[in-house]
Design a protein around this ligand. Structure first.
Ligand code: SF4
Length: 259
């Protein structure tokens, strides 16, 4: 009660707010802060770095990026926070639609599998479960250009769903794309690709070997855009310039979250 009264007191009267750019700045600041709080509320223990444990998404992209991100504490930037939130909203709406179609839909289904000395964790979008058996999996993706995925899904989405299918023992799944601008949608049926899952397991093994031997994996983006949006690009560039030994020493000094 007391806290609410104090918060209410701190809020501005409407006529105190300048209607020009000040409002825009103030709104943006509060909007981003709210997104950060929402992101912090998500289950941190599941996502927190753990020794010898890798998430599916650590393995499907550039391994150097995953290695470096686990070594330094990277906060999500403003545009990633916004994209993340939009993705979650769209996924929740799609999960509700699937619940209308089927009984036993479970969203954010978590898998943990033990491999040779390490674990892989993954969190899928909705799955369809009957008598404790998973029958189908739906990966929901929001997109700005649904026409770009009309003929086939994006390759990093295929790598991701094949990893989940391999871990869950599924023979197929569906990727549902939803356009962020107008909520138009389309779905692709994806058969399991065992070669893609084999590559995934090889990459996981290699990432684990790199951590064990404190070696930085090679710079190997899986797609052209990966370096453009990479949040450890500065460190990666410094490694290319100065070699890995010096960078590894600096990372060790700053290391916050070594798995
Ligand atoms: S900049 Fe490119 S190569 Fe370097 S870590 Fe990032 S994704 Fe990998």
């Amino acid at each position: 009660m007391m806290i609410k009264a104090i918060q209410a007191k701190e809020k501005k009267m409407f006529d105190e707010i300048d209607t020009s750019h000040l409002f825009t700045d103030m709104f943006n600041q509060n909007f981003v802060e709210h997104l950060k709080e929402k992101n912090d509320e998500r289950d941190k223990s599941w996502w927190a770095p753990e020794k010898d444990t890798y998430h599916v998404t650590d393995i499907t992209g550039c391994l150097r990026k995953s290695f470096l991100k686990k070594k330094v504490n990277i906060e999500l930037d403003e545009s990633s926070l916004k994209n993340f939130e939009i993705g979650h909203r769209v996924e929740d709406i799609a999960a509700k639609a699937l619940e209308k179609m089927y009984d036993n839909v479970e969203n954010d289904y978590r898998i943990t599998k033990e491999f040779n000395g390490y674990k892989i964790k993954g969190e899928t979008d909705p799955i369809l479960k009957v008598n404790n058996k998973i029958l189908d999996m739906f990966e929901i993706k929001s997109t700005s250009y649904i026409s770009s995925v009309k003929d086939k899904p994006k390759s990093h989405h295929l790598r991701q769903v094949n990893a989940y299918m391999g871990l869950l023992g599924l023979h197929s799944c569906k990727i549902i794309y939803i356009d962020k601008k107008n909520y138009s949608d389309l779905a692709h049926h994806i058969p399991f690709d065992k070669d893609m899952f084999r590559d995934f397991k090889n990459k996981a093994e290699w990432l684990h070997t790199c951590f064990k031997n404190e070696k930085i994996p090679a710079a190997k983006p899986m797609e052209n855009w990966e370096c453009k949006w990479c949040d450890v690009r500065d460190i990666c560039d410094a490694i290319k310039k100065n070699g890995e030994d010096e960078i590894l020493q600096n990372i060790k000094k700053e290391c916050i979250s070594t798995p």
